[in-house]
Write a protein that binds this ligand. Structure first.
Ligand SMILES: *Cc1c(COP(=O)(O)O)cnc(C)c1O
Length: 384
């Protein structure tokens, strides 16, 4: 018998290194923005989810400070006990108004919102049909729920319908789950078709708007707004940590849905309420996202410019309808080499590799606050 029950860790890490799958962290200095400092270098940032540039905005910082001074640093308990602040409720009402839903519930992260919603809504007697490219939180939520789970081929509504036709009747409840914007590819789900299938087969539909909130639709309400599908009976999940510049997650939907989640979502009940600072900053983020639509205009202008300039690029672009633009690479090493070359040119853009994604790529995420000069720098070193 082995005398060291942890010896397998080293073997496992070696295997990860050999496959070129090894990851490590990089400290980022200074305030979040289009330029970041790391290890003494100033880099143009194409790696963040800070699409509207709000994470470094002084008004969000001020709102976090004001909330901290009013309520302290921690919310001290579950929302059902001492952790419920008037600020939480204000934020939930603000999110519900943005999403045109009856109500919303704020969780401590988007990840927890998905885990909590899925495990509350389905169980052993139920069926989950999820896109194969769904975010980790949707997949882990499905596992935790113990529902029978089938992954359908990415964005293939025909295959989804086959599963519904063949399997739906064997189960009590059915939940279809999908990212709105797929986080590692940047393409979007076919929402109108998904809604039609959910209606036809008596299924619930959970839409994860993490990358779409603040980005898609005239008011930044997400793919639901973009596709003109507001007021449909949906479970809309999202995060306050991407375009909205703070931290936290939410579920938006009918009054009944939210009331049910307050009673049954264990990742909401058995965890501490979102901190006053995060809640205050998120409130300011939602407000500014709506009052300054010019941020979205700038974002989409940058996306269009970059995409037009990348038409001639030797690497194929993955299909995308969002600010996430991926340069497809044949091998993990090619993605690592390209990311390293960009890094030398003062550009931060990550290589994304298996097992996170099926194929390697360099992933660029565009911000509203990128200047033309930032974009030109990227293009210069890509074509270098
Ligand atoms: C980022 C992300 C999440 C998690 O949100 P956090 O608030 O960062 O926990 C969930 N779903 C998708 C699709 C995401 O991209």
């Amino acid at each position: 018998m082995s005398s060291n029950p942890y010896a397998w860790l080293e073997t496992s890490l070696d295997t990860i290194r050999k496959a070129n799958w090894y990851r490590s962290v990089n400290p980022i200095e200074g305030k979040a923005g289009a330029i970041v400092e790391t290890k003494g270098d100033r880099l143009v940032n194409f790696a963040s989810n800070n699409y509207l540039g709000l994470a470094g905005d002084n008004r969000l910082i001020q709102a976090a400070q004001t909330a901290t001074e009013a309520y302290g640093t921690g919310s001290t308990g579950s929302r059902l006990l001492t952790g419920h602040l008037p600020l939480h409720r204000e934020l939930e009402q603000m999110i519900a108004a943005l999403k045109s839903t009856e109500d919303a519930l704020v969780f401590s992260s988007g990840y927890l919102a998905n885990l909590g919603a899925i495990t509350a809504l389905v169980g052993q007697r139920d069926l989950i049909l999820g896109d194969e490219y769904n975010h980790s939180s949707l997949k882990q939520g499905a596992k935790l729920s113990q529902a029978q789970t089938i992954e359908y081929t990415h964005n293939c509504v025909e295959e989804l319908e086959d599963h519904l036709r063949g399997e739906r009747h064997k189960y009590r409840r059915c939940l279809i789950s999908t990212d709105a914007i797929f986080s590692m590819d940047g393409d979007i789900c076919q929402l109108p078709q998904l809604i039609a299938l959910a209606e036809a087969y008596d299924a619930m539909l959970l839409l994860d708007e993490a990358h779409a909130t603040g980005v898609m639709g005239k008011n930044g309400a997400g793919c639901v707004e973009y596709f003109n599908c507001t007021k449909k009976p949906l479970i809309q999940v999202g995060t306050l940590s991407k375009a909205l510049g703070s931290l936290g997650g939410y579920v938006a939907g009918s009054r009944m849905l939210i009331d049910f989640l307050r009673n049954r979502a264990s990742t909401w009940i058995y965890t501490t309420g979102l901190s006053p600072a995060d809640t205050g900053a998120a409130l300011a983020g939602v407000k500014i996202s709506q009052s300054e639509p010019e941020r979205r205009t700038a974002l989409w202008q940058n996306v269009a410019y970059l995409r037009s300039k990348l038409q001639e690029y030797p690497l194929k672009l993955l299909p995308s309808q969002s600010p996430i633009i991926c340069l497809s690479c044949s091998k993990p090493q090619q993605a690592l080499d390209l990311a390293a070359k960009l890094r030398q040119g003062g550009i931060l853009a990550p290589a994304i590799r298996p097992p996170t994604v099926p194929s390697s790529r360099v992933r660029l995420s565009v911000m509203a606050t990128h200047t033309r000069e930032h974009l030109e720098r990227l293009l210069k070193y890509l074509y270098h």
